[in-house]
Design a protein around this ligand. Structure first.
Ligand code: ASP
Ligand code: MG
Length: 408
């Protein structure tokens, strides 16, 4: 008898009909002779609605009360899914974060899981029950309710799978796996049978929002192998695991794109120690998330920095930079550019293959796509392009690496 942890996201439990569908799927896994622990999110839209209500009452809701409020979303789902299961004759029990023994630390609304004491869950399983666990919530050592950050039900599922030593952890969602690129953009994108944790993390942080990054990091740390698959059909999904020799031998695993990026270029910065730290410090203090950074020394002897961020942060970034630049770099000037997008090619095969960047840049050049900035990591090459060209760029790079075909 296998122990299966299944996580159902907000869309999958988004209506009573969908809840019935989840119950039927859980029952099916159960009827096949498995023990099942379902981890569920709040019904889609509920978390946002609760946050909205809080903000209507007060500009800055207390984070302690926000946690108490937001945790109710998942609590509705576990009760409803358990009832739907009971209606199908399954002996189901709902389990809150506290009952699941999920102990957290850190701050309100961004709790981190410290440990999980699955005594109650284990007892229920031993008694033959099917469990429905609330995602996204835990409890501090002194009894306060914590939530785990947006999308945190994934983390709950991974942690529950680790603590119960589950045989399988399935993340059931509204996409049916991880693709070589977004299939809405690249029609012949291919669903990957497997992807390594590191590739999944790079894809997630460069625009492919399948799963919360923290959950993937947690899974990597605790060696939890999981599968991303659809909650609407029975097709096999994508296994996310440690890289291993039998994984498809490719140079590039996938291509991800991120739209709505903007760039700021500062020229005329004195070329002396401490400058970059102060400039980026001003942006960090304004809580602006900087992505790519390129700097060099211009022929005039001054340094110039360019960096990218989400276009929504452009105004805030300019406001944060003005005072510090007029103070430290009176000769400086700021240029801004919106309407750019980022394309990243990701693959662990890059570590051992050369020529990846040249293949990618050539493909872009041949398709008349101009490259703005370039950045690389051990397993990623990213470029910025004009946002209007991002889809063509993705198709060109996808074709250049033949990502539509499984390697022989
Ligand atoms: N309900 C929470 C959210 O919307 C947690 C989750 O869905 O994973 O962020
Ligand atoms: Mg969600």
């Amino acid at each position: 008898m296998a122990l299966i942890v299944q996580k159902y996201g907000g869309t999958s439990v988004g209506s009573l009909d969908r809840i019935r569908n989840v119950a039927a799927r859980v029952k099916h896994a159960r009827d096949e002779g498995n023990q099942v622990v379902a981890v569920v999110s709040a019904m889609s839209g509920i978390t946002d609605k609760l946050i909205g209500m809080a903000h209507e009452l007060t500009q800055e809701p207390s984070e302690r009360e926000l946690d108490v409020l937001l945790a109710t979303g998942e609590q509705q789902s576990i009760a409803l899914v358990s009832m739907a299961l009971q209606e199908l004759g399954v002996d189901a029990a709902s389990v809150t974060g506290r009952q699941a023994g999920i102990q957290t630390t850190g701050t309100h609304t961004r709790g981190r899981i410290m440990q999980l004491e699955p005594k109650l869950m284990q007892g229920y399983l031993d008694a033959g029950k099917t469990l429905v666990v609330a995602g996204f919530q835990g409890i501090t050592a002194d009894g306060m309710i914590h939530t785990l950050g947006r999308g945190g039900s994934d983390l709950t599922a991974i942690a529950v799978a680790a603590a119960l030593k589950a045989d399988i952890c399935q993340i059931l969602t509204d996409v049916d796996g991880v693709y070589t690129c977004d299939p809405r953009v690249v029609q012949n994108a291919r669903k990957l049978p497997e992807i390594s944790y590191d590739e999944m993390l790079e894809m997630a942080s460069s625009g492919s929002k399948v799963m919360q990054s923290r959950s993937v990091e947690f899974a990597k740390k605790f060696g939890v192998v999981f599968e991303v698959r659809s909650s609407l059909n029975d097709n096999p999904g994508t296994i996310v695991t440690q890289e291993h020799p039998n994984m498809e031998d490719v140079v590039i695993r996938g291509v991800s794109i991120e739209r709505s990026q903007a760039r700021i270029t500062i020229t005329g910065i004195p070329d002396e120690p401490g400058m970059s730290g102060k400039i980026l410090g001003a942006l960090a203090d304004a809580e602006i998330n900087i992505d790519m950074i390129v700097s060099n020394i211009a022929h005039d002897g001054f340094a110039r920095h360019s960096f990218t961020m989400h276009a929504n942060d452009l105004g805030k970034a300019q406001a944060a930079l003005k005072p510090i630049l007029s103070d430290l770099a009176p000769d400086s000037a700021i240029q801004t550019e919106a309407g750019i997008a980022k394309l990243s090619a990701v693959g662990i095969g890059m570590r051992s293959h050369s020529g990846v960047a040249s293949t990618m840049f050539k493909a872009l050049g041949e398709n008349g796509i101009n490259i703005g900035m370039i950045s690389t990591s051990e397993i990623k090459i990213a470029v910025t392009v004009d946002e209007a060209q991002i889809e063509d760029a993705a198709r060109a790079v996808h074709d250049a690496f033949h990502l539509d075909k499984a390697p022989a």
